[in-house]
Design a protein around this ligand. Sequence first.
Ligand code: AR6
Length: 176
Amino acid sequence: MEIEINDSKIALVQGDITREEVDAIVNAANSGLCGGGGVDGAIHRAGGPTIMQECRAIGHCPTGKAVVTGAGNLKAKYVIHAVGPIYRGGNQGEANLLKSAYLESLRQASRNNAHRVAFPAISAGVYGYPLAEAAHIALQTAFDYVREHRDIQLVRFVLFDEATYNVFAEELRKLV
Ligand code: AR6
């Protein structure tokens, strides 16, 4: 499923983000930038050790922010490591922090002339964010950014499983 905004697109696909051929892929990282499971583990495994070397040199990324490294062996040019919030019931600023993780990632993409960006569902795995709400925040933030920043030509949400894809599709239909 995809929608057009001006001359840009927001697209939803089911798949593995490590195989994306866009300019930048976004990682759902932790603030220590020290790797882990889920999409983070998959990106470091597929991209090779140089990504972790660059993460160590950067050292830390606060929740709601994003940092950039090269993409090692991956087809993308950059990995944008975004840190989403751990969901703790919804009253700990989680929504703003999740929005910020997407927004800061898109700003990093713009800064690095990455016109095509792929995102996973940040915080929707181990970090426990309720999926429909996470999808709404992700899509609304991307929609608003793309409408105002014409340099971003494509935002692809690469959803790992069918259930996640379906929730994103439902939320995207509500948005347009
Ligand atoms: N491609 C796309 N999406 C994927 C892939 C993949 N290869 N693998 C998993 N997902 P998670 P979080 C989906 O847990 O909730 C790590 O240990 C997954 O199904 O990766 O932000 C980090 O180091 C889910 O929908 O990220 C942090 O400590 C989504 O990606 C912590 O987990 C996000 O799930 C971050 O937790």
